[in-house]
Design a protein around this ligand. Structure first.
Ligand SMILES: *Cc1c(COP(=O)(O)O)cnc(C)c1O
Length: 355
């Protein structure tokens, strides 16, 4: 065992995938499996495919390239808007991409023609979250312009919410998306194949049966990997929350005060730390730090353990209520999304897959 380690329960990923697909199927919604939180790791993606996913999606070309090598026949979607400088690689590795810019679409078109391929496009609409997307009033005309481009197949329109602005998907804004789909259809005569209603923040609309008929795709990452929707972090029925567990080792354990001694300046990250005086506590230092994870995104599995804070290479925890733990002990954490992303991305965290 080489610590710190992140263990991945592939059966739970497979079962969570089934749970989300089962939730969506009655509404005629296909689930696209989003792999970016685990860097497109093929073993985890394979568990999604076993669970019934047919299309995989990622925000990074590097991750899609890994997936392409592992799964030559699985349709791949690029989630982040293609960079103008990378359109050739996008067409090369992805079958479909999310787009909002006509210059980029023209460049994708040229690349597709040159490579003798057809590249699928979903036009992204901004319904107020203020991340990517065309402003609603401009959607039908841009859809029409894009549909004229050779090598480009306009597959549908989509939206992404609750990422930047935290705007919650509602029945009303989903109906607005369907409206824009109809207007674009009318203007171009092209039947709208895909209306992509968003990410794991849209799962509550399925749970409370508020999703309007016509939304036929959701792109789901967190709902599968962590088993929760993302507006209130409620558990998806039938899903497991513990597919990923992080383990780190105690390298020092002493009883010390909770407030530093001396005059205080900035910490290693330029912040001025504040401390609550809890008296003398048994403090454990774990061999993992901000270079790997943000301490805010870790939840100790043992509820007698609390997190004090972290520096680059050290995570400091309160072990006062866990007298059995000492130097050499291992502490386990569940992960929030940011913790999963960090642990997967850190080359210092050993990844262990089991099924
Ligand atoms: C990350 C992402 C998703 C998936 O989000 P989750 O909250 O993990 O389900 C879907 N669509 C786009 C455009 C994304 O960037």
């Amino acid at each position: 065992m080489s610590l710190p380690e992140l263990t991945v329960d592939l059966i739970k990923i497979r079962d969570n995938t089934r749970a989300v697909i089962t939730l969506a199927a009655p509404f005629g919604i296909e689930i696209v499996g989003v792999t970016k939180s685990f860097l497109g790791e093929p073993r985890i993606a394979a568990a999604m495919l076993e669970g019934g996913i047919r299309v995989l999606a990622d925000s990074r070309l590097e991750n899609l390239t890994r997936l392409r090598q592992a799964f030559p026949l699985v349709p791949l979607m690029l989630l982040r808007l293609p960079a103008l400088s990378q359109t050739k690689d996008v067409v090369d590795v992805a079958d479909i991409s999310l787009n909002s810019d006509l210059t980029v679409l023209k460049s994708l078109s040229e690349a597709a023609v040159r490579l003798g391929k057809t590249h699928g496009v979903i036009l992204m609409v901004d319904l107020g979250d203020l991340r990517e997307g065309v402003w609603p009033s401009a959607v039908p005309e841009l859809f029409k312009q894009a549909a004229k481009l050779p090598g480009i197949q306009m597959r549908g329109i989509g939206v992404n919410m609750a990422c930047y602005g935290g705007v919650i998907p509602t029945r009303e804004n989903m109906i607005q998306l369907l409206d824009l789909a109809k207007k674009s259809e009318k203007l171009t005569g092209i039947a709208m194949e895909i209306v992509s209603g968003g990410n794991s923040a849209a799962l509550p609309l399925l749970l409370n049966k508020q999703i309007p008929t016509g939304i036929n795709q959701l792109r789901i990452g967190e709902g599968i990997v962590l088993g929760r929707e993302t507006t209130e972090r409620n558990i998806v029925p039938g899903a497991f929350t513990g597919a990923f567990v992080l383990r780190a080792e105690v390298i020092e354990c002493y009883t010390k005060p909770t407030v530093p001694i001396g005059s205080l300046g900035q910490d290693a990250f330029g912040a001025t730390p504040r401390f609550r005086n809890l008296g003398w506590r048994k403090r454990g230092i774990l061999a993992i730090g901000r270079q790997d994870i943000s301490p805010e995104a870790l939840v100790p599995r043992n509820n007698r353990i609390a997190i004090f804070g972290a520096s680059s290479d050290h995570l400091i925890v309160d072990l006062s209520e866990a007298p059995e733990l000492q130097v050499g002990s291992v502490v386990e954490f569940d992960l929030l999304y940011g913790g999963l992303l960090g642990a997967m991305t850190s080359p210092y965290v050993n990844k262990v897959f089991y099924e």
